[in-house]
Design a protein around this ligand. Structure first.
Ligand SMILES: *Cc1c(COP(=O)(O)O)cnc(C)c1O
Length: 403
């Protein structure tokens, strides 16, 4: 950063005014175009983070921007006491791609998790009248920052300072079916898990595990919730990660790429759950699924269709994996790569901060997943040339940091 940079003054101001809940990159982003971002000084960055798996098709797509502008000139908000056309369409279309039957729109991922938990517990309550239900979640999981979502978040670093969590939550281990079965009893209302753990370290649930949990839940009448907030919306090469194995949840959450920048999430459920869980007065939201959010979802789903983004992920992801495999071979301090589709992690035996900082300097944006994993979340329409470009910068950043 040279002395003419406009960013330090803005960053100083931000650090005086914003609550310091993030150790942010020392960059002020100004605008984006396709797979690239530009900072306030005009420096260009290749984006391998997508605003944490949000910008599924890159920045400044005229189809998306145009749809939002048209909706802004029509109506942005109505409250949920009315119907509106864009949200009616969005609900119908998200049902079609997910195979679920009932949708509730929220403003964020955490709120989608909150709603999913409430629906599952209400369902169990209607069945047996108990008010002491338990929920089984996974160690190392991440479901959001609100108290309810935090209570099922396995990573203790997020929970520890905040005292008593809501609800009675037990933690099992992903891909260890016995650990799930052991915790099940007559109080168990639901099991919640991410088909591919994101923040927890890019760990895919195995087919065997998902099928096993589904079977245990069916046998005991327990609600199965999949959190697809990060791994959904085409990221793994299926529209939703569970679809690869045909293991369908009773309730599913979605957010991040659902609105591709407009804050919106959803929880979706089967008709059976819809008929026996939340009813009028049980749940609500002022903004959730307002017309602007609906327009964003419709534009996103249009672009997924027109550009066959899911097909593109299947085509290009093996190329990214080839590169990550090469890096694993090349450097003894890189232990492995793992993930699915365009949701991959490169696991080091040491903190990756210096590599991420070096890449940023060279115009490449990554995010970590824990201190020792670099996370790869490029826009779903990333090209092989961009993967090559990323690889070159990454190699030189690794060499500088560790060789
Ligand atoms: C990001 C994320 C959330 C939380 O979503 P917010 O929109 O930040 O509230 C929940 N679950 C998973 C798997 C996530 O990746």
């Amino acid at each position: 950063m040279d002395y003419t940079s406009v960013m330090p003054a803005m960053i100083d101001q931000a650090e005086k005014d914003l609550l310091h809940t993030y150790n942010r990159y020392q960059v002020v982003l100004d605008h984006g175009d396709g797979g690239y971002l530009f900072d306030a000084d005009g420096k260009k960055y290749l984006d391998f983070m997508s605003g944490i798996a949000v910008f599924a098709f890159g920045y400044n797509d005229p189809r998306y921007n145009g749809a939002l502008k048209a909706q802004i000139d029509r109506i942005i908000h109505t409250s949920n006491y009315f119907y509106n056309e864009s949200t009616i369409r969005a609900a119908h279309r998200i049902k079609a791609v997910s195979g679920m039957d009932r949708v509730f729109f929220t403003n964020s991922g955490a709120e989608a998790v909150e709603g999913a938990l409430k629906a599952a517990v209400k369902h169990a309550y209607l069945k047996d009248g108990r008010r002491d239900h338990q929920i089984i979640a996974m160690e190392q999981s991440f479901h959001g920052r609100t108290y309810g979502a935090l209570s099922v978040t396995g990573n203790t670093k997020y929970r520890l300072p905040f005292g008593q969590m809501t609800g009675d939550v037990q933690f099992a281990r992903l891909n260890d079916l016995e650990s799930v079965e052991k915790l099940m009893n007559e109080k168990t209302a639901a099991v919640i898990l991410e088909p591919v753990q994101g923040e927890g370290g890019l760990i895919p649930a195995t087919e065997e595990f998902l099928k096993g949990v589904r079977r245990l839940c069916d046998e005991r009448g327990i609600v199965l919730i999949f959190d697809e907030i990060q791994c959904g919306m085409g990221r793994t090469g299926d529209f939703f990660a569970w679809q690869k194995f045909g293991v369908k949840p009773d309730i599913m959450t979605c957010a991040k790429a659902l609105g591709a920048g407009v804050p919106v999430g959803a929880f979706l459920m089967t008709e059976e759950m819809g008929q026996s869980s939340l009813t009028a007065g049980d749940h609500g939201t002022t903004y959730g699924g307002n017309p602007l959010a609906g327009a964003a979802i419709n534009a996103v789903l249009d672009i997924f269709e027109e550009d066959d983004l899911v097909g593109h992920v299947r085509e290009v992801a093996p190329y990214l994996e080839e590169k990550l495999s090469a890096l694993t071979e090349k450097y003894p301090f890189i232990l492995e790569y793992r993930g699915r589709g365009l949701m991959q992690g490169l696991v080091f035996d040491r903190p990756v901060g210096p590599v991420i900082a070096g890449a940023m300097e060279k115009g490449l944006i990554f995010i970590n997943a824990g201190p020792e994993i670099i996370r790869f979340l490029p826009p779903l329409n990333v090209t092989k040339e961009q993967i090559d470009q990323m690889y070159e910068i990454l190699v030189s950043s690794i060499e500088e940091a560790f060789c």
